[in-house]
Write a protein that binds this ligand. Structure first.
Ligand code: SAH
Length: 347
């Protein structure tokens, strides 16, 4: 049986049910040890009978790949309509786990260095489809006592542009915050930089205070437009204006904004690009640049030469810009950033 939304399904059957019952029902999907509606002792016997065919995970099939180092797992998930998405579990610095979730089947942003970008856009994922990527990994770890047990972080860095699926991503975050121990500073939404949606998020009083990462990839407008078709001439100015509003709104939290920067050899990693980035970072202020080694997705680009990468990183650091380098994980199972693509989604 496929149900578009578990919560809606419950509400349709029990419209009179008070909200705490609804919450109990939803919470059971996050309770360790419970693996079926039949096992939900908070439900009445008749409720259990009515709801018993609800699938425990909304998607019928998953195939899990393991990296050689056993620190990264990728699930290829088949959805009810046979579309496929991917979600990744990776071990973080503290030895806990970070889950990377997809928010769409495919992506409309068409970034030229990203494998998902070449697929085109198929559809948004539902709340259950995003939430269940996390739940899949919770159960996976529950079943494997030899692995560290805790998932501490969630990143919206899988397939799709999360802010193009705003409401479902928001509800997913609210659900995770309500039923798990993961706090808002442990959740990161990564966006290509959709200014109208970023603005909407600032105006949205109930948008949860999660971390944001913007995929900048170049502080030179011409370069950025060449590698990211969603960019445009005055994008950087618009982004700058937006960051001012962002810092004004979150002034008390003293937090920075993260810019992601994938290092493409001779394309955006020259000294001139570093200087443009330094200038832009200074104008923005509280910013962290996260340099991402390019993961192979096709013949157009090469990853930065080690000396170019180091030089770029040093120039930023010497200019006083906060810079970090993202560790590449799971590239042997094509689970690294930008490598998420499923062949038969291509149309
Ligand atoms: N749509 C969101 C999420 C994308 S995936 C966004 O644009 O931010 C998360 C990060 O991986 C993004 O910064 C994306 O630009 C980056 N990425 C895409 N392809 C990559 C590749 N081949 N190698 C390394 N990083 C890549």
């Amino acid at each position: 049986m496929f149900v578009e939304s578990r919560l809606k399904f419950y509400k349709e059957h029990y419209p009179e049910s008070p909200s705490y019952r609804l919450e109990q029902f939803e919470r059971a999907f996050f309770t360790p040890g419970i693996r079926s509606v039949e096992a939900m002792t908070t439900l009445s016997k008749t409720e259990r009978e009515t709801l018993k065919d609800l699938p425990w995970l909304t998607f019928p099939e998953t195939l899990i790949l393991t990296s050689k180092k056993q620190d990264t797992f990728k699930a290829i998930v088949t959805l009810h309509d046979d579309k496929k998405i991917e979600t990744v579990l990776m071990q973080n610095r503290r030895g806990h786990w970070t889950v990377c979730v997809s928010s769409q089947v495919g992506c409309a942003m068409a970034c030229t260095f990203c494998a998902t970008g070449t697929m085109g856009f198929t559809r948004n994922l539902t709340v259950d489809e995003i939430v269940d990527q996390y739940r899949l990994w919770v159960m996976y770890l529950e079943d494997r006592p030899e692995l560290a047990p805790r998932i501490t972080n969630i990143v919206f860095m899988g397939m799709g542009e999360p802010l193009a699926n705003y409401q479902n991503v928001k509800t997913t975050i609210e659900t995770i915050l309500r039923y798990t121990e993961i706090g808002p500073t442990r959740i990161t939404v990564s966006t290509v930089g959709l200014i109208p949606m970023l603005t909407k998020l600032l105006d949205d009083e109930t948008w949860p205070p999660v971390r944001l990462a913007v995929s900048l990839h170049s502080a030179d407008p011409t370069t950025r437009s060449a590698i990211m078709p969603s960019s445009y001439a005055n994008f950087l100015e618009k982004l700058l204006e937006w960051t001012e509003k962002y810092f004004a709104k979150f002034a008390t939290r003293r937090r920075h904004i993260t810019f992601e920067y994938v290092m493409l050899s001779k394309v955006n990693d020259t000294s001139a690009h570093a200087k443009a980035l330094i200038q832009f970072a200074r104008r923005v202020g509280k910013v962290r640049i996260n340099l991402i080694p390019y993961n192979f997705t096709g013949d157009i680009y090469r990853d930065s030469l080690p000396e170019d990468f180091a030089h770029f990183e040093n120039e930023l650091r010497e200019a006083g810009v906060l810079v970090t380098r993202r560790k590449t994980m799971g590239d042997d199972i094509a689970a690294a950033c930008g490598q998420l693509v499923v062949e038969n989604n291509k149309q």
